[in-house]
Design a protein around this ligand. Structure first.
Ligand code: NAD
Length: 328
């Protein structure tokens, strides 16, 4: 089986390549990645994955039509997993164009090639953020619920989903979309909350907590271990129904203040190490997704116990300073 992974030098993409190469015997993976600030070939090297008969790397942009067509016609992938994206919401507030270009145009270019080359499955990696901001009283979102994206990041991810579903409806391209919760784990770029906090504390620096009198760190995120996300995506590629969307929740909704205190306690620190900062513009309050559809396909979590997992993630960043230090 031949698999094209886009964005395979990023956090989830690299973990996914590692998972697929260890899980599936008869597989060849090609990784197409532009190597933006967030895309690090070092991730795969650090994981022990080198160029081989089973793994190839192409340094390029998913918006480059000619390159994408060359990759499709040369490699003829059976499945495309589109992880490539501009992924950091904070950056999407002030620097919006790369989000529109990569997340929307890039997905369009890949879809065109997939339609032309009659790819067997186009798997789009999306996010729970497309549902928009929930309150504490709202029920967890089902896949059929309306989307209400509120940031440039989530709006572009939502638009990409629409293009993917249009390719299915209009051209019969077999597609599946996953919407996952907040991922955490090894190899996450230290601009995201958990690795930012952990690496700051290793350096005995304070952690920035978004805070106001009315909302003292009460925003809620659902935390999903990256390995469980990779396992769920692969299960969906094998057992999911074509043309469908699947939520991948973490089952771990926590306030940001809870997460902050828990990480601080892993280091023996208290609130003296918190630096209060203003909420970002348009800060979504809560994300929450219902995972019944995924569970019905037989998915079981390996890393569902967040309290048990967090100290292990902290330890990974302690043990792998050589990986993250150049990024700070
Ligand atoms: N991190 C999360 O918690 C989370 C949650 C839900 C969904 N997602 C989605 O999962 C996917 C992966 O997220 P991540 O956290 O690994 O992101 P990341 O920022 O760590 O990695 C993104 C990768 O895409 C590559 N890339 C960016 N623009 C490109 C382009 N034009 N052409 C080719 N490659 C390009 C980057 O070089 C990088 O390797 C994204 O689609 C994101 O929207 C992430």
């Amino acid at each position: 089986m031949k698999i094209l992974v886009t964005g395979g030098c990023g956090f989830i993409g690299s973990n996914f390549i590692k998972y697929i190469l260890s899980e599936v015997e008869d597989v060849k993976v090609i990784n197409l990645d532009k190597k933006t600030y967030a895309g690090r070939g070092e991730n795969l090297k650090h994981m022990g994955i080198e160029i081989s008969e089973r793994y190839e790397f192409v340094n390029g942009d998913i918006c480059d039509e000619k390159l994408v067509q060359d990759v499709f016609s040369g490699f003829r992938p059976d499945i495309v997993f589109n992880f490539a994206a501009e992924s950091h919401v904070d950056r999407s507030i002030d620097t919006r164009t790369p989000f529109v270009t990569t997340n929307i145009l890039g997905t369009h270019v890949l879809l065109e090639a997939a339609i032309r080359n009659k790819t067997s499955l186009f798997f789009q990696i999306s996010t729970d953020e497309v549902y928009g901001s929930l309150s504490n009283e709202d029920k967890s979102c089902l896949e059929i619920d309306a989307k209400h994206p509120r940031s440039t990041y989530s709006a572009t991810k939502s638009a990409a989903e629409d293009l993917v579903l249009a390719a299915f409806e209009t051209h019969g391209l077999p597609v599946i979309i996953s919407r996952s919760a907040n991922n955490y784990g090894d190899y996450q770029y230290p601009e995201k909350l958990l690795p930012l906090f952990i690496t700051n504390l290793i350096d005995k620096r304070k952690v920035p907590l978004m805070w106001s009198e009315e909302n003292p760190g009460l925003n809620i995120r659902d935390w999903l271990h990256v390995e469980d996300n990779c396992r769920a995506i692969w299960l969906l590629a094998k057992k999911g129904s074509i043309g469908e969307v699947y939520n991948i929740p973490g089952g771990n909704e926590r306030t940001n203040i809870w997460m902050t205190k828990t990480i601080l306690s892993c280091f023996g620190y208290g609130k003296e190490m918190i630096e209060l900062v203003s909420h970002r513009k348009g800060h979504d309050f809560r994300y929450s997704i219902d995972g019944t559809k995924l569970k019905n396909l037989g998915f079981c979590y390996l890393h569902s116990d967040l309290e048990k997992e967090l100290p292990q993630v902290v330890q990974w960043y302690r043990d792998n300073e050589n990986w993250w230090r150049p990024l700070k």
